[in-house]
Design a binder for this molecule. Sequence first.
Ligand SMILES: [Zn+2]
Length: 103
Amino acid sequence: MCARCGSEHIRRNGTQGGQPKYQCKACGYQARFVPAALAKAAQYAQVEALLTERNSQRSIVRATGVARMTIARLIKKSGAGRAPAAASPDEKGPTPEAGSPGT
Ligand SMILES: [Zn+2]
């Protein structure tokens, strides 16, 4: 989607620095779209920030849209997984999350 006018009429317009460049046919706006990997990295950074604020995994899922398994992995990776023993690890089995829209 065009960042300037919101149009969906976007056409690939070559590459720059190995990254695809796109041009909006509606307004002529040209941009390099953020690769998915970069968008994910930004999301993960947000997750880690929320983790340092002692948010629950569930609330982080809601805030960032990152899968809980991914969050658990990030916790292990960052070494921030010193959760209080009261929190029960419920990664296994079905999670009864009501009202969550399908992915
Ligand atoms: Zn546009």
